[in-house]
Design a protein. Structure first.
Length: 324
């Protein structure tokens, strides 16, 4: 998704595709997106977020390096290419909202610092860390063994992918056999594509039908294909799938798995330059917001409760290095 592609733009695209009449709607008065006809649920996409805030914890704030404490701000990089519900622009096309912003703000509050966000391209997140322009990045960064050579990590969410199918499909996915002979779309060049291809090959080796894999360029294309029955499911990032289910009301999650596949549970983490002195403070702040319940409240409001962690881990095992 492009840097300034807002929810308003997404809704406009969906309307043009004819999806909103049977799908989700945005309430212009309340700035809430919800399945059509539902009044009891919804996701606030307006600029006034009534964001959950935390309070400074002196013992944790004391773990922040002196230079950062004296500055009083926490400079955080965020990906301009993020999409709902992680990070996106509200209906005013100016205010950045999403789960990553909410969690980063809670962490900064706990550390007694004012968060200062800067949206940059994905690769410039790491350039900003390398140059010490950013004190940290909370932008859906997965822990990998390769990244651990240059960066420190404090985990705050599971890195999962999800199968999304039409509501009432009566179908569950737990392993390769469950997708044999099914038509499933996936984004090219992603880890989920590799997992789906591996599963298809495993099915063939076991004498089962392969997966019929389809590729689309835009999210609206797979929405249309899913609702028209041209595909049985879509395999993509769990946060985006959960958000679409909550906002559109036409589909359901039929299975989730680690974004790393069977080898290791992928984990999303607050990322900082190695030996910056911040990672333990981040971990302690994350543990604090988990314990006081504000962490769970943020995940619930954005439909990400199934990606919660029980505690933050410092530099846990990450996705293995890929073979050249």
């Amino acid at each position: 998704m492009s840097g300034r592609r807002t929810l308003t733009a997404v809704l406009a695209t969906l309307t043009a595709a004819g999806l909103l009449t049977a799908c989700g709607t945005a309430d212009g008065t309340e700035d809430v997106i919800r399945p059509e006809g539902r009044k009891d649920t919804g996701i606030n996409i307006g600029p006034d977020q009534n964001r959950i805030r935390g309070k400074k914890v002196d013992a944790i704030a004391a773990q922040v390096p002196a230079a950062v404490r004296e500055r009083g701000t926490l400079r955080l990089g965020a990906s301009a290419d993020a999409s709902p519900p992680l990070g996106f622009y509200a209906t005013d096309d100016r205010t950045r909202i999403g789960s990553e912003i909410d969690l980063a703000t809670l962490i900064a509050d706990t550390l007694g610092l004012k968060p200062r966000f800067e949206q940059v391209s994905w690769e410039n997140l790491f350039v900003g860390l390398d140059s010490s322009k950013f004190d940290g990045v909370l932008s859906n960064v997965t822990v990998t063994e390769e990244r651990k050579e240059k960066y420190d990590f404090a985990t705050y969410r599971l890195d999962n992918i999800a199968f999304e199918a039409r509501k009432g499909s009566g179908w569950k996915v737990e392993g390769p056999a469950d997708v044999a002979g099914k038509t499933i779309s996936v984004a090219s060049g992603t880890n989920q594509e590799k997992i789906l291809v591996d599963w298809s090959e495993e099915n063939v080796e076991a004498g089962r039908e392969p997966v019929d894999i389809k590729y689309f360029q835009k999210d609206t294309d797979y929405y249309l294909a899913l609702q028209s029955g041209r595909i049985d499911a879509y395999l993509g990032p769990s946060p985006s799938a959960n958000y679409h289910v909550a906002s559109a009301g036409q589909s359901e999650i039929i299975g989730t798995l680690s974004g790393a596949g069977d080898g290791v549970q992928g984990k999303i983490a607050a990322t900082t330059k190695k030996d910056s002195g911040l990672v333990k403070a981040y971990g302690a702040a994350i543990d604090h917001i988990i314990q006081d319940g504000s962490y769970a409240d943020v995940l619930e409001r954005w439909g990400l409760s199934n990606e919660a962690v029980e505690k933050s881990e410092i530099n846990p095992p990450g996705l293995p290095k890929t073979e050249n």
